[in-house]
Design a protein around this ligand. Sequence first.
Ligand SMILES: *Cc1c(COP(=O)(O)O)cnc(C)c1O
Length: 369
Amino acid sequence: MTLYVWGYSLEYEKERDDILDAVDSVFRSGRLVLGPSVQAFEEEFAAYHGVAHCVGVDNGTNAIVLGLRALGVGAGDEVITVSNTAAPTVVAIDAVGATPVFVDVDRDTYLMRVDQVEAAITSRTKCLLPVHLYGQCVDMAPLEAIAARHGLPILEDCAQAHGARHHGRVAGSMGRAAAFSFYPTKVLGAYGDGGATITTDREVEENLRRLRYYGMERVYHVVSTPGYNSRLDEVQAEILRRKLTRLDSYVARRRVIAARYEEALAGTGIVTPKTAPGNDHVYYVYVVRHPERDRIIEALKAKDISLSISYPWPVHTQTGFAHLGYARGSLPVTEEVADQIFSLPMFPSLTDTEQEFVIDALREALATV
Ligand SMILES: *Cc1c(COP(=O)(O)O)cnc(C)c1O
């Protein structure tokens, strides 16, 4: 059987009774849309982050779309972010009619070069969108200083950073708003699609609630267009409530796996992830680097280990974003690391035996490349 970078079948076996009970309790309640489970999850997820408000939505992409709209970002505006991210970050900016403006990333952490942000600000900039990629946070203090100086809101993309901390602060509690995905592989994953936008700001919350519900303020009265149908499902919300109580234990297990990789791969030539000062990494993806990346992936494939690359093509080099007008070479570090990075299996229910198998296969592959 192929070993993938992500897997949750063993986790399901362990949690099956609880998950099925969650599903059954919703089906029996007769409240299938925007009922008590969504409300309870929103309260619990907000409390976990120490923020006042959470609005559950249908996926992480729309968590960003609604977050941007709720912050007043729209057509003709610019949003500063990175090209080394999952495409949906940028798809969401595009979807509200705004223009993404990219800064480069740091060669060690692969995260936003905050020192390049101020130079990218124009009179059209409306929002700063840091992505806490792979499970650790962007350097927030200097970004917050820039945001304050220019009166710009920060929307954190936390789709890969559930439970991560930055100088003691939880990812998602630092911006005016923050967007989460509960796609099944994420650190907090649903059994289907889901997302949430959290915020400290009452007005942003009200905007979010309207926007996810067709733009209606009261039932059958639309006050803002275009609105969306972007609701979090009751079933997913109830499953997420159960899993939220285990989030810190998932993260703890991910850290154990990361520590084993780091120890086993020291001195092999594979560059393991570097955690920036003040960060508690949650290792959503365990991204390593090696100049012979493609040959290593091939060698492991022969052993039924299917590695992946997050991400092989920086967003600005993808066909669908050609209209943004970024030439090759415009984001040199982003482009350089994209040719060398790859991801090792990383999920809480990865067994020690499976990890040992991966490590042995890597050692063997490195002896031949
Ligand atoms: C997964 C992800 C998203 C999108 O989430 P979906 O739930 O798949 O829509 C956005 N940004 C980042 C960084 C992601 O990893």
